[in-house]
Design a protein around this ligand. Structure first.
Ligand SMILES: [Mn+2]
Length: 338
């Protein structure tokens, strides 16, 4: 189970080793990359055209799945999360309205452009440098279709780097990031991997894609995490002082003077009692209502977001964490759409 994310059929990599001409491989990979982007481009265009024809929509959430789990340092199950989250959103156990009354069945509120075919690209030997570029490009294709705004389903947390990079580049400046997580994910590199899910916010800050980075729910942090936080001017709110910080965190005003607000939710920000289906179980976390209180009360223009690190291989048999992820997606949708 542990190695499932590494079990792509690295057939072309083997061919490479057998002295197959390099340009033959590269040309084939480029065709697969173009086909991958084409499907997302066309689906985003169709949804954008639909919303523009309907009219009266300023911003609308559009789901983009990024089923990538191989940059996890421990388990790789988040590669399987996007279809499980969609299934939970639409399972019918609850009605289709968000808490404030937006109807998810209305395409003006929520659309879906599908998944970046991460496993298919890796099967063709596409490396992480290019994979991160393809994720960024896919996010930009969604943003090109006004009024769509990307709401990304991970995947492990490594995907937040290419997603935030794309959002910032497309909008032409930094955003403010609200990052809910047990971990700061700000190692310079983890086990030698600069794309590690534990390093995504170091890449984001180095790139200048965020002005403010607020990390909330932190309870697994070492000296490097704190040093890196200071180095990049990160506002780290640790769980040990949450009762003191609660009022501030439930009344955040972000995004003024920058291009907007990006919200990144790692499911392990929640106490494992609420969300057991995560790779890194870290007791002492936020309740689900704590998270909703923070998210629902954020003042600012939410331009994009992600929900990451759901590991279906660790979930309860009745899929409780999938429902938790789904409700977060629903409420973030309500926050984005207008
Ligand atoms: Mn985490």
């Amino acid at each position: 189970m542990k190695n499932i994310g590494k079990m792509g059929i690295h057939y072309l990599q083997r061919l490479n080793a057998a002295n197959v001409p390099k340009d033959l491989i590269e040309k084939g990979q480029n065709r697969v990359i173009e086909a991958s982007l084409t499907l997302i481009r066309e689906r985003a265009m169709l949804k954008g055209e639909l919303l523009r024809a309907l009219g009266g929509v300023k911003a609308s959430s559009s789901l983009l799945g990024v089923p990538l789990g191989h940059n996890s340092s421990f388990l790789q199950g988040p590669a399987f999360a996007p279809p499980r989250i969609r299934e939970a959103i639409w399972c019918g156990s609850t009605n289709s309205t968000t808490e404030e009354g937006k109807d998810l069945n209305d395409p003006r509120v929520l659309t879906d452009v599908g998944d970046v075919p991460i496993q298919e690209l890796r099967d063709c030997g596409v490396d992480d440098d290019r994979l991160m570029g393809i994720i960024s490009e896919s996010v930009k294709l969604v943003m090109e279709q006004d009024p769509l705004r990307p709401l990304v389903l991970g995947g492990d947390h490594s995907i937040s780097f290419p997603v935030v990079r794309a959002v910032s580049e497309k909008l032409g400046g930094p955003v403010d990031i609200l990052h809910l997580d047990a971990h700061p994910d700000i190692y310079d590199a983890f086990e030698g991997n600069k794309y590690s899910h534990a390093s995504s916010f170091a890449r984001i800050m180095e790139g200048g894609y965020a002005r403010r980075l607020l990390q909330v729910g932190i309870r697994s942090i070492n000296k490097e995490g704190r040093d890196q936080g200071k180095r990049f001017g990160v506002e780290q709110y640790e769980m040990q002082t949450f009762s003191k910080d609660r009022h501030l965190l439930e009344n955040l005003k972000l995004g003024e003077g920058v291009k907007g607000v990006y919200i990144s939710v790692d499911l392990d920000c929640l106490d494992p009692a609420f969300a057991p289906g995560v790779s890194h179980i870290e007791p002492g976390g936020l309740s689900f209502r704590d998270v909703l209180n923070i998210l629902q009360n954020v003042k600012g223009e939410v331009v994009a977001g992600d929900v990451v690190e759901f590991n279906p291989q660790r979930d309860t048999v009745d899929g409780m964490t999938a429902m938790v992820a789904a409700k977060l997606v629903r409420e973030l949708t309500a926050k984005i759409s207008k």
